[in-house]
Write a new protein. Sequence first.
Lengths: 64, 536
Amino acid sequence: MSLTLTPNIDNADDFYADLLATHEGLSKADSDALNARLILIMANHIGDRAVLAEALDAAKKSAG
Amino acid sequence: MNKIFEIPLYPYARSADQDAAAPVRRRVVVVGAGPIGLAAAIDLAQQGIEAIVLDDNDKVSFGSRAICFAKRPLEILDRLGCGHPMVDKGVVWDTGKVFFDDRKVYEFNLLPETGHEFPAFINLQQYYFEEYLVNRARELEAEGAPIELRGGNKVLKVEDKGDHTVIEIDTPEGPYTLEADWLIACDGAGSPIRSMMGLDFVGRVFEDNFLIADVIMEAEFPTERWFWFDPPFNKGQSALLHKQPDGVWRIDLQLGWDIDKEKEKKPENVIPRLKAMLGEDVKFDLEWVSIYTFQCRRMENFRHGRVIFAGDAAHQVSPFGARGANSGLQDTDNLAWKLKLVIEGLAPDSLLDSYDTERVHGADENILNSSRSTDFITPKSDTSRIFRDAVLDLSEHYAFARPLVNSGRLSVPCTYDGSALNSPDALPGGPARTRPGSPCPDAPLDEGFLLHRLGNDFTLLTINTDVPAELEESGIKVGSLSLYSEALDPALADRYLGDAETAVYLIRPDQHVAARWDKFDETATRAAIRRAIGKE
């Protein structure tokens, strides 16, 4: 399995709205903490170290 | 009653060597009568190699110090004749609790693998450990083994002459000079020999201080390991509570680097911290308080000609994971048989370079693990702290996050992957845990355990196939231990056969696997023996 970097989320606008809603009303510190928990939960769901390594790399390389 | 660490166990006594007209030549001189020096001397002496231990002190270590002993070191100590006293006295625990801020986030049971003679680890004060080693050394001495402990002998100067070393020693009755074919420096983290030789520690990566307190509690307190991240009574730091024998609890409070040691050690500063930790109502007596400073670093090389470094003198790690004394015992376990073969002329001098390679590999593994624990316990950046706290928050609710919690990874023995002494793995379907380079895992055998039947010499362990009862190659006598399926414990089959039907293992004197095959091949076995003693 390799990292999926093509559109994969069913109804992307809804997901994006859910993501923002989850952060709604949180302080910067609480939002940062939530993001960290979210990353760890999703990383565990992926599990595969090679895919995780690709994801880390893709995130790093796509900085503006 | 005096504590054991207050009694001189090897007081200064004049040696005939001090009155000799010319310096006396000894086979091996071990500098330092701490746990590693004593283990080195016992290992050599019980195999007939003369070992003289010099120490400027004459007592066991003051205070509890290193208190966690893992299974592999206990197995090594058993080979040295001290494993059972350790376990009989030590405390075994299974339940651990993890606290974050002001709450418990989870608890766990160690559930150690069954089918081993020794527990995953025990808690025991270092002074007991040293006392058992001194007792064993005395026992060997009484049996006529070539071992001697010289207290009040302070090494002033060491010179490597190429084919021997010259050691200048000071005593309460004045100085004398001794020669030794080999010198093993086990003189601790501050190793004076390392400094005298102008060698230094490299790769310093971390510095911290710990307040260590031994307390005796009046009320019952559970035999559990409690670890706190960022607790209210020690903000921004960690704390650890665990039990030792004699009703003594050990408390480690991390203090950070920039502190006033003398101030922190004062009872009026220590007691309020402990009360905040244990509860205002818990009654306790403070038995011993100390501040421990550590760094993570190692010497670039552990062998320098005729001078060989072991234990803290060669490498130092954080206390997380109990990798100090435990790894030091693996150093001497690795060194003793090699030094013996070189001294007896059965192996080339270059075999000792493999001590350097294998134990540097071990030290690097320990430093890596210990540095990772340190990074988790003391995050070095805001982002690192955010992730650390996220792991701890998640661990309260979800099991997946618990393996990420790192309060120290328990010392496990190093597999010498890639060592020049290994032969290529030739056992298809064999378990990864017993590949060449691995320490032999224990397993039930007959009425006892496998490891009792291995070690001190080379052994061929065979399962469901035959080998000659004894084989001699390059002067090395190799005994055999042949086992057959009908009498085989499932744990032994699982650890040594895996998916294979038959197996032949060549086991080193330190109980590490040198080679393995699915069947006996005399030519291959002879080559593997030569390789394991540095002759290929």
